[in-house]
Design a protein around this ligand. Structure first.
Ligand SMILES: Nc1ncnc2c1ncn2[C@@H]1O[C@H](COP(=O)(O)OP(=O)(O)OP(=O)(O)O)[C@@H](O)[C@H]1O
Length: 254
């Protein structure tokens, strides 16, 4: 689905991503792991068009997206979440989602002034899509709550719901289970499986190794911007370079 060829991003003298080639497989949970500063978020920023690569190529479903802007990449069906989700804390959860969906519509100031039919139809559609997204992530019961009052785990789910606004084919999830407890982590893992069951391919960055090892179909390991391994969780656990650089001996297969 996504093909990355010799991707490199330099910030001054630092190669945050260095000559990485890989693929993201359709219908699978693809994970990216690596120590802090390994280049994981930069990798997401390159795929989603936030940063332009210094070298290399990114193909999404055969289309070269290497030089595209974030909105263009999103239009093709790639959406993402961030490590921290910025919400309007003084608005309800549902209103936050309506705004998220609203960014994808075409009404302009003139439609607003005239109260045009297009505006009304789009508003209705946004509300319906926001409710559907909220339902999908299991949060229908908190749509009326102020976003500032919801838990960290609920914020994570709202981030997932926001990512659905563009009807994505691929979602990039940056630490989807960061800052939540083990029970909640299992719930979020189940939600990620639900994305895949509904035909949305997932690529995620996560530090929680237990979650990754049980959830991912395929893992890419980055270290100092370079790919040091790639494979199934079982293969990754056995790779000496990964154990040395990242996992530590206790994660190796017994
Ligand atoms: N915009 C930027 N300008 C300069 N350097 C940057 C920029 N973004 C990232 N870097 C550097 O690139 C390297 C990789 O950072 P990145 O955030 O991609 O790592 P990461 O693997 O996501 O880390 P973490 O797990 O801590 O989020 C780091 O050394 C970081 O300081």
């Amino acid at each position: 689905m996504l093909e990355i060829r010799h991707l490199t991003k330099r910030f001054g003298g630092l190669a945050a991503v260095n000559d990485v080639s890989t693929t993201v497989e359709r219908g699978k949970v693809n994970a990216i792991i690596g120590p802090n500063g390994a280049g994981k978020t930069t990798f997401f920023n390159l795929i989603s068009g936030v940063h332009k690569p210094s070298a290399g190529q990114i193909l999404f479903e055969g289309t070269d997206v290497t030089q595209m802007r974030p909105d263009q990449v999103a239009c093709l069906g790639v959406s993402r979440t961030f490590q921290t989700t910025a919400l309007f804390d003084m608005a309800t959860v549902l209103d936050n989602l309506i705004v998220g969906h609203r960014l994808r519509t075409r009404s302009n100031l003139w439609d607003v002034i005239t109260g045009s039919a297009r505006l009304k139809a789009e508003e209705r559609l946004c509300r319906e899509k926001a409710r559907a997204a909220l339902d999908f992530v299991g949060l229908s019961h908190i749509g009326h709550r102020m976003a500032g009052d919801i838990s960290q785990e609920e914020r994570k789910r709202v981030a997932f719901a926001l990512a659905l606004a563009t009807d994505p084919k691929l979602v990039l999830l940056d630490e989807p289970a960061g800052g939540v407890n083990p029970d909640e982590t299992m719930g979020l893992a189940e939600l990620i499986r639900k994305f895949v069951r509904h035909g949305i391919t997932v690529c995620l960055i996560e530090h929680k190794m237990n979650m990754i090892m049980s959830l991912a179909d395929k893992i890419l390991v980055l270290n100092y911007g370079e790919k040091i391994a790639e494979g199934t969780p079982a293969e990754i656990r056995r790779t000496p370079a990964v154990i040395d650089a990242y996992l530590g001996a206790e994660h190796a297969d017994a």
